[in-house]
Design a protein around this ligand. Structure first.
Ligand SMILES: Nc1nc2c(ncn2[C@@H]2O[C@H](COP(=O)(O)OP(=O)(O)O)[C@@H](O)[C@H]2O)c(=O)[nH]1
Ligand SMILES: [Mg+2]
Length: 211
């Protein structure tokens, strides 16, 4: 059994990634991605989300903006092997004591960590989040999310960010096993949305089945 911890600054897309993965399991799309296999949701707990009053999404999409207070959690099972795995996604707002407690707890119990970054934002503020995380395995995975938000030379931007992230962790004696480029949202103005949505599912399957 693998315990994955999805860690990263506020709004990089941790909760969205978890929700997208649940949709892949529920709709059966999980069988059709690379390395796909039949899996079922054992438990999906998003009770750690609190609605942000007047959040910008509230009217526009009739889908309320939420903020993670307590860690969200899903448990899923690989149907063939019957192995169950858990993914935890705590909040990112470590200024709140209760959120910070969730981050520290999850970093302790996770057997695999995915450090999530947003491609469209400055890295310094995103790195700050990780200064508080005390328990790191020797090797972690990195997810660069929101790939759809970059116009122009996307490849170059990804390459630069990858290098900075690897340097950041390697200075702290943490090796980066693999970097996944993802889109955690079902946006409709991005022609490669399916490919990068699939990367979310492929990332989680690869990490759980490899370990
Ligand atoms: N365009 C785009 N938006 C995303 C993506 N992933 C998440 N979002 C949006 O970013 C915002 C923050 O996402 P959320 O999952 O709550 O981030 P968290 O704070 O890390 O849990 C939400 O409005 C999401 O809809 C992505 O890949 N592309
Ligand atoms: Mg969240």
């Amino acid at each position: 059994m693998v315990n994955i911890g999805l860690l990263g600054d506020v709004s990089v897309g941790k909760t969205s990634i978890l929700r997208l993965f649940v949709r892949y399991l529920k709709k059966g799309d999980i069988e059709n991605v690379e390395g796909g296999a039949k899996c079922s949701v054992v438990k999906a707990d998003f009770s750690g989300e609190a609605t942000v009053p007047g959040g910008e999404k509230e009217d526009a999409l009739n889908q309320k903006e939420t903020k993670t207070i307590h860690p969200n959690r899903i448990v899923f099972r690989e149907d063939n092997s019957n192995k169950a795995h858990t993914i935890f996604a705590p909040g990112g707002d470590r200024a709140r004591a209760v959120v910070k407690m969730g981050i520290i707890t999850i970093s302790r119990i996770a057997t695999q960590i995915i450090a999530v970054f947003s491609l469209d934002r400055d890295l310094d503020s995103q790195f700050e989040f990780f200064n508080d995380v005390r328990f790191f395995p020797e090797k972690i995975y990195v997810c660069i999310n929101k790939v759809d938000l970059i116009e122009g030379d996307r490849e170059k931007k990804i390459e630069e960010m990858e290098k900075q992230i690897k340097d950041f962790f390697e200075t702290r004696k943490i090796a980066v096993s693999e970097v996944f480029i993802t889109c955690g949202e079902t946006v409709d103005n991005f022609d490669e949305v399916e490919k990068f949505n699939n990367r979310v599912a492929e990332m989680i399957l690869e990490i759980t089945t490899k370990s």
